[in-house]
Design a protein around this ligand. Structure first.
Ligand SMILES: Nc1ncnc2c1ncn2[C@@H]1O[C@H](COP(=O)(O)OP(=O)(O)OP(=O)(O)O)[C@@H](O)[C@H]1O
Ligand SMILES: [Mg+2]
Length: 310
């Protein structure tokens, strides 16, 4: 079952100038992006800084004004902000990049986690406490955590608190925007594996935003590569990693750090060759403004931004 369908999404930010503060141009942060996600799957959005990943996520959350396109969530058209009913809002939650700034430092853990419950459910104090304790247990934090403040926890633990808050209402969709990039590499894997465990347990669907293809490979079922607001390529994990078609994707995939130490030289040579191909064939893959072309299907699931033939 498709849980989220985004059609031809555009989010343009006006650039204003002059004493009349007129709109002189637009930043096309998201420029004609379409995708759909099956319930229970993880959809990866990859791209360099400024490519439009966060804006896409925020548009789905209802946090951006949409210039064009439609967003269908769980069968309902939620394109307009006013169409985001309470039921929709509770079912789409976000995990933020920075567990240091996303948790209110003056609030105790019990109030941080209980906040969505208080906004959306009418629980007695007793019920609320029970739910918070269940959530803490689910994310692997001790019951004593309840009275502590965020600064008393490590980065990884804080991200677990953020996750507990995001899953408190058993949402259907979670948008995780670089959820581990502020964490030490040593705890990244722990948090990622934990996210996968609760996904299975609660049947969650993820939009997983990252600039790190290695992490995306570990987490995602389907992947889109963004560049300057547009999709360069979209496909299953296998298609993107084993059969990348666009030179931009090829270059990203070739740059993933080695896990096997043995063939270092071969990999280095391979990277150099791809980089050379990237430079030589740039004009075949990007239009005169340096933007990706519209997507063309190469299989039922695999789409690549290539020019019209002929
Ligand atoms: N509120 C805004 N007003 C104007 N421009 C914006 C706004 N939000 C984002 N942008 C611009 O839109 C483009 C896409 O930004 P976005 O934050 O979506 O990128 P991103 O892929 O998430 O990048 P990063 O990896 O750095 O988080 C950028 O050029 C950014 O400067
Ligand atoms: Mg971002």
């Amino acid at each position: 079952m498709v849980i989220l369908e985004v059609n031809n999404l555009k989010v343009y930010f006006p650039i204003k100038a002059g004493i009349f503060n007129r709109t002189v141009n637009h930043i096309k942060a998201v420029d004609d992006v379409s995708f759909s996600i099956e319930q229970g799957k993880t959809y990866g959005l990859v791209g360099e800084s400024g490519s439009g990943k966060t804006t896409t996520g925020r548009a789905v959350m209802g946090l951006e004004n949409i210039t064009a396109g439609t967003i269908i969530f769980d069968g309902k058209d939620i394109t307009k902000k006013q169409s985001k009913t309470k039921d929709v809002r509770r079912n789409i939650q976000m995990i933020f990049q920075d567990p240091y700034s996303s948790l209110n430092p003056r609030k105790r853990v019990k109030d941080i986690i209980a906040e969505p419950l208080r906004n959306f459910e009418n629980l007695s104090k007793q019920e609320e406490k029970k739910r918070v304790q269940e959530l803490l247990e689910l994310v692997g934090l001790s019951p004593e955590s309840i009275l502590k403040y965020p600064h008393e926890f490590s980065g990884g633990q804080r991200q677990r608190i953020g996750i507990a808050r995001a899953i408190a209402l058993k949402p259907k969709l979670i948008i995780a925007d670089e959820p581990v990039s502020a964490l030490d590499v040593s705890v990244q894997a722990q948090v990622l594996n934990f996210m996968r465990d609760i996904q299975k347990e609660l049947g969650l669907t993820y939009i997983f935003i990252s600039h790190d293809l290695g992490i995306v490979k570990h987490m995602c079922d389907d992947i889109a590569i963004m560049y300057k607001g547009r999709y360069v390529e979209q496909g299953t994990k296998e298609e993107i990693f084993n059969y990348p078609q666009h030179i931009y994707t090829k270059r990203l995939v070739s740059a993933i750090p080695d896990t096997e130490p043995g063939n270092r030289e071969k990999r280095f040579k391979f990277r150099q060759d791809i980089q050379k191909e990237f430079e030589e064939s740039y004009d075949d893959y990007f239009d005169s403004d340096g933007l990706a072309y519209s997507l063309k299907p190469v299989s039922d699931t695999h789409l690549v931004a290539l020019p019209e033939k002929g």
